[in-house]
Design a protein around this ligand. Sequence first.
Ligand code: BJW
Length: 252
Amino acid sequence: MTALTISPDLATTLRNARRVAALTGAGISAESGVPTFRDAQTGLWAQYRPEELATPEAFQRHPQLVWDWYAWRRNLVAKAEPNAGHRALVELEQRVPAFTLITQNVDGLHRRAGSRRVLELHGNLFRTRCFAEGIVVDNWANTGGVPPRCPHCGAWLRPDVVWFGEMLPEAVLREAEEATVRCDVFFSIGTSTLVYPAAELPFAALRGGATVVEINPQPTPLSQQAHYSLRGAAGEVLPTLLAAVWGRGGAD
Ligand code: BJW
């Protein structure tokens, strides 16, 4: 457990909060063994920058390479388990009157941990859609082609995630923005705060008058402006914070 001390003012603010929102990024899944987006990648994928693979142009140029990269990640995530940070956010949802979890992650680990109200800004690794028509496809014939083909129109299938240069799902983003401007406390957890429009949310929360709390071992563009910057791993800081506010006996 971390030696981090939680300020009594933060504990009081969180205990009295009616509406809480949390934005998570790849860092919250790091302790589950899922590499963060901007960490050096390992093995086969070490030679590629993720930014070069997560675009529609990359998929058009190298469809098999991009499909295989996502298949590798799907396999890795399927074997991973939610960690203490994911579980602490499940507890937080149970503790506060209104809680919205906004995630940039596509790994589905928040729902697997038990979080109920989750807004997935960048889609989900385990869904597939047609590259041409955009419709979600659950089943396709396994003819050995990589990527597989859409059973309706024959176009390539792709993961149902948001790549650079693509729009985020409009209704999901709108809900995230509403929860952000209405909350009393906003957490920004395990994100580099570099990728827009998600990176704008903590700043919108500040403008809306929320107390903004960052949890990250490294500084980010938000750190100077956040009311509290808790330096450490989410899987240690979040359980410590919850114990300071509500006592032991929670998620971990
Ligand atoms: C720990 C930890 C531990 C480690 N505990 N913490 C405005 C300004 C500038 C640019 C733009 C802008 N608006 C749009 C853009 C362009 C672009 C963008 O933002 N570019 C920037 C890079 C400059 N945005 C887009 O294209 C977005 N679309 C859009 O805006 O549409 C409208 C539009 C279209 C066309 C033109 C203009 C506007 C779409 C963005 C989609 C992002 N997609 C990805 C891939 C998803 C699928 C996949 O996973 O493969 O999403 S990119 C990647 O980055 C992924 C992540 O969700 C996202 C954020 O990364 P995240 O989560 O922050 O991870 P890391 O790795 O960066 O950071 C991890 C952090 O964890 C670090 O800080 C560590 O320290 C920390 N950490 N261990 C806690 N244990």
